[in-house]
Design a protein around this ligand. Sequence first.
Ligand SMILES: [Mg+2]
Length: 247
Amino acid sequence: MTSLESPGVDAARSGRLTAGIFDVDGVLLASPHEQAWREALVGFAEPRLFTTAMYQAHVAGKPRLSGARAALEALGVPDADQRSIHYAECKQERLEELIKAGNIVAFPDALRFVQAVMTLGWPIAAASSSKNANRMMQSIRLASGQNLLDAFSANVCGRDLAHGKPNPDIFLLAAQELRVAPAHCFVAEDAPAGIEAARAGGMTALGVARLHDAEPLLASGADLVVASLDQVALDSLAGGDLRRQST
Ligand SMILES: [Mg+2]
């Protein structure tokens, strides 16, 4: 079996983790962004051309407008820059409809992992570019009765920042609000742009490859890639190291 670790977790970053930062869409929640982007393409391009691979490579993790522009450019739509504004609006309308219809599910392994990190006593932050993330997380109830958003010690989702992922600003802001140095934070991310952002911010990058898409996450510099957060070794994490369970 091929190991998904990049060639050894950087020793300089080993044994130092004390806090976690979580992307939301694709890490914590199976939210309907990809579906909304695809269905909103009607009138701009053929929706069937908007594949999951294309979404992950060009759109996932980015702020709405830059995601819209990247999608239209990737699909070869003329005047992509100008048309991206309208496309972004159409996507948001479709997303609102899908959210209202209850198309949001939390990944069970993510809820288990968040709970495990909280049990270590570590502060945790939610850091999604999405302006819809807060509302979506509030709709998820934990076993404790609190909603998912309330479980986080800091929340920087949807903040207006000059640069989106792969720029590290959103994660640096999260670390700042956690009052933890970036070098002591891991970032859980499912998109290459987010892995790049984590590494650019000097953080340990945990790639979540739910779509059998480990390769682009490793290529973006992920320290460890797992298909499920259940695969993270919690005993190592308690000691500040990010590793895969040995079994
Ligand atoms: Mg994501």
